[in-house]
Design a protein around this ligand. Sequence first.
Ligand code: NAD
Ligand code: MG
Length: 394
Amino acid sequence: MSMNLRKQEKRPVKSIAILGSTGSIGRQSLEVIKSFPNLLKATVLTAHSNDELLIQQAKEFLPNAVVIGESEKWQRVKEELAEYPIEVLSGQQGLLEVVRREDVDCVLVALVGAAGLLPTYAAIEARKQIALANKETLVIAGALIMNKAKEKAVSILPVDSEHSAIFQCLVGEARASVQKIYLTASGGPFRGFTIQQLEDVSPSQALKHPNWQMGRKISIDSATLVNKGLEIIEARWLFDTEAIDVVIHPQSVIHSLVCFVDGSLKAQLGTPDMRIPIQYALTYPNRCSNSLKPFSFQDFPSFTFEAVNHDVFKGVVYARHALERGGNVPCILNAANEIAVELFLQMKIKFLEIYHVIEKALVKIPFIANPSLAELLETDIFTREFLLQHYQKI
Ligand code: NAD
Ligand code: MG
């Protein structure tokens, strides 16, 4: 009897599918999972093209299934893992299958870009808890995703540090007490630059973020401040409010703030380390002690704040425009940005042309007021094709 009771009291291990386990968020998630062997287990790992790292991760973490995005690499992964009881799948179909598996409680969406949309949607349909790093999914289809999550009673736990901060500030608060959300932004590597200074900046300069080590796409987004724009749209859907402002806070210690109707502000602070918000999403609603370096006030002797220069860094302006127009406009913004970032990384356009590419798409791509999922996918493809044709450089 007492044995049984004890068994019931023990918290079950949470099984996690990490979509994008070879990326920056994916790798840090595995570190978090490794430090809580009695609480967390990675049962699915996926990678797009890095078969080498996927194989290595599979041998270390022994998931039940892996997915390699590029189908031509399936054979190699299969052979390397032949002696392990690990299922090997491939392509987008593989992603859509693994999120529905019975041995998955939570899907951590750490893919980059629009590729996150369909697997997230499928995971919600299968009633899996979502830990969401992939903000693009909410930018493209926020209304559809949130409605589906509501219908299926699925919780979406933010991994993005700003959104994790707001989520934490809102614990125990009534929705009606919230006046405004403040997203903090580091300002990126080019904070304070003029248009003239931005003229000839290179991809390697843009990839050098002052506070965070991240994937290439989000690093460029941080340099243009499009990342902050995408985060405004992400916050609009996660927290169901349009009262969202951005403040530059170069130290990246205050991860975001909520202002309440009584004039009180609550903030969440911490060392800029994504393992903290990843852990919170995976162990929510519990807080668990870990071995991360404790916060040191000596390392951060001062906090400063600045306004965003919207004339130079237009990411926030685009997001406000996209939210105001609604429909498929945020999807157009996202697709255009993905293409622009790719063109810039390949040195086919200059840094400031990223904004021109986005503006071209916002003007030229037809508006759809209440797009279905299929129409959003069409908008995404159409925007990419239109821009690639126009720039004819890829
Ligand atoms: P990354 O480029 O380091 O990793 C991306 C992962 O997605 C890789 O595992 C890759 O194999 C996979 N992937 C890429 N394209 C794919 C495709 N077409 N189909 C399937 N899988 C694909 O990116 P990241 O920096 O880890 O960012 C991941 C997501 O998390 C992004 O949406 C980003 O905005 C968000 N995010 C990242 C950070 C960060 O610190 N890196 C912080 C907040 C939010
Ligand atoms: Mg963020």
